[in-house]
Write a protein that binds this ligand. Sequence first.
Ligand SMILES: [Zn+2]
Ligand SMILES: [Zn+2]
Length: 331
Amino acid sequence: MKSIKRVSALLLIFAIAIVSVFSIQVFASSNTMKVHYIDVGQGDAVLIESNSKYMLIDAGREKNTVADYLKKQKIKKLDYLILTHPDADHIGGSISIVNNYTIGKIIMPNKSHTSKTYENLLLAIKKKGLKITKPKVGTEYEIGDAEFTIIAPNKTYSDNNNSSIGLKLENGDTSFLFVGDAEEKAINDIIKNKIDISADVLMVGHHGSDSSTTEELIDAVDPDSAVISVGKNNYGHPTDSVLDMLSNHGVDIYRTDESRTIIATSNGKSVAIDADIFEHEAIENDSQIVYVTKTGKKYHRENCSALKSKIETTLDDVLSKGLTPCEICNP
Ligand SMILES: [Zn+2]
Ligand SMILES: [Zn+2]
């Protein structure tokens, strides 16, 4: 009897060992994808990584914020660079990305901008010998173990925002939706196209502006979570009506102005979102450097074109004096 017990105990240990090895292997082969909604203030920049392949959607306004972030992640090559549309809060940081990183494919809409930033971006792309791929709705691309499908733009629009590239990113059973700054007209065309845009995580269009998010879109996407990339702005982003609409649909809302960089991790089955609301907003205000003139009633960024002379001070100081942000540099 004793020896039978011992044998069954041994068998049990073997069984446990085999099961654990098996589950470790299953775990190792499950495809982890990370989506970093990088804090770029008012603007967009999203880094996606799957199986050591990388994609960047937009690059924020500032010259080096995103380039520095990629450097910290020790990234050398971007397999895809997607610039949703040529507005400065999306392409501003892309020139140093193009100059300093190896890029596999760059996808940009057929929409030009008269800005110097856009001109410089085209020059950088040309100098690097890169070809621009135009987005085609329905085209699928692979990124590591994940894949993405272009969902917009569905038409030619006169407006920059409506020309935004939209895409659905999928990793196993999980999915993420991006619509750039597309406004209602272009959003409606995405819905009309009948491509499946349901997703676990919606990146809220146009920094939470009410010109982008509609009830119909939220119904079609039916997300569990929404991420809003937004910073200090004079446009009222994110709009209360959009926040209410999402809350009423039971969607969890994450904001880069509250949590800074937000990282969503997909294991192919579910999505976990890492976003703490920062307590030290006040400390940050204290130390943020802004510039003023002797008599001006506005405060500015260092390189603002409206700044003829400049005195360095802090955001805390100018706010206490009742100064308002310059509309040109929008600090
Ligand atoms: Zn924007
Ligand atoms: Zn825009």
